[in-house]
Structures are given as structure tokens and as C-alpha cells.
Design a protein around this ligand. Sequence first.
Ligand code: AP5
Length: 223
Amino acid sequence: MDIVVLLGPPGAGKGTLAEIIRDKTGYEHVATGDMLRDAVHRGTETGKKAEGYMKSGELVPDSVMAKLVEDRLDSGSGSGRYLFDGYPRTEHQAELLEKSVAERGGQISRVFLLEASRETLISRLTGRRICRKCGRNYHVVNRPPRREGICDECGGELYQRPDDKKKTIENRLDVYDEQTKGLVSRYESQGKLERVNSDQDADTAADKIVESMNRMGILRDTE
Ligand code: AP5
């Protein structure tokens, strides 16, 4: 089992880059935010526990997250290659993940830290729109749909995530600084961290990550 982690603040482009990298490498995209939104939508026990935290931009408790991630690792397609987006976000989550991966005979091979200015992050998040039907991401200025409010791909309705309101965004960025940023030094000291400027075109940033994965040799059997 091999895990590559995309680390970075809300709006850094974790989800956008993960989709491009998944298509180029075959790594499975594991996005804990998407998994939680799906659980809320379906009204599951996990969704009920998570909803309040998500609405206010706080982190969902580690115990809930660890169970969600363990279940996901055990129900993958069998490729054993995962691109994590949004997990881990606390020291405790990082410890739990390292333990789970080791128990399955795997490793975390690389952690890419996506960096962009706070101004860029806020503008990306306030302008983000998502298709209700197929989940495709848009931005009202950077990546507008051809027809306002309608998905180019499937004609679905575009909506704004409830936590993409200015006040909640500010809180999410503060929560990142307080609870997640500390992971940078953890992975730096393990020699696994690589910084990527995400204040550039998404395809260019994703290509840099794929090139690095290639250089490490972890893509060899996926080609
Ligand atoms: P989650 O869904 O993971 O949200 P997030 O971390 O706040 O990240 P975002 O999805 O907002 O940003 P992103 O970095 O993926 O950027 P994106 O590619 O979408 O988590 C939501 C909530 O769930 C959390 O607040 C928490 O409550 C809970 N949760 C999740 N994981 C948890 C965990 N491990 N522990 C506890 N709680 C957890 O891009 C954003 C916008 O910018 C888009 O419009 C996109 O089109 C645009 N864009 C992206 N890249 C570029 C680029 N290079 N150039 C121009 N535009 C770009």
C-alpha cells in the first residue's frame, strides 16, 4: 500500500489537483470532505455527528475521522495506491494514519504541501460553485460555466457550499493554522515534505507533482 498526501489550507486546490493526478497516475482519490458531505446528504450516523462541525468550519472529531478512513482503506479497488486530500489534519490523525498504513504493510511515501496566499484562498473559496449532480468544480471568475448556474458537463444545477461563506472561510483558515499547519514540520523532519506553489495554473502544479512521483519510482507499476 502506498499513500501520497496533499496537504494545504482550504482553497489551496487539493481537490482540483487530486482529480488531475488521479487521472494521470491511477492513484485513488480519497477526499475526507467529500466523504463527509456524502454522509451528511445520506443522513448516516457519521453524517449526523459531522454536520454541525462542518457548518461552522471546525474539524470533525478524530475518532469519527479515523473510522471513516480505515473503512475506506479496507474497501478500495485493490490498487493499494491512494491520494489523500484533506487527511490527516491533526497530529493525532497523522499518528493514527501511520499506524493503520503500517498494519496494512504500507507506507506514506510523499506529502505535497500546496501553498497559496490567504488572499488567493479567500477569493477561490468565495467564488467556488459545484455541480449538484456530477460534483464538477467551477469558479465564478476563474472557471465560469458557459451558462450561469448550469454545469457544462451534465446540465446540473450549480450551488455554493454552505461553508464557503466569508465568515466560515475565515474560521476554516484559522483552524488550519491552529490545528493542521503543525504537520508541516512533522513531515519535514521525516524527509517526506515537498512544497508546491499552487498559486499557478492547476495543470502546471499537478504536473510538478506527477513528475516528482515519477522521479521517486512509485508510478512504475501503474504505467
Ligand atoms: P474539505 O472539503 O476537505 O474542505 P477544505 O480542506 O476546506 O478544502 P476545500 O475543498 O475547500 O479546498 P481544496 O484545497 O480542495 O480546493 P479546491 O480544489 O476545491 O473539508 C470540509 C470540512 O469537512 C472541514 O472544514 C471539516 O469540518 C471536515 N473535514 C474534512 N476532513 C477532515 C479531517 N481530516 N478532520 C476533521 N474534519 C475534516 O479549489 C477551490 C477553488 O479554487 C475551486 O473553485 C477551484 O476551481 C479553484 N482552484 C483550485 N486550484 C486552482 C488554481 N490552481 N488556479 C485557479 N483556481 C483554482
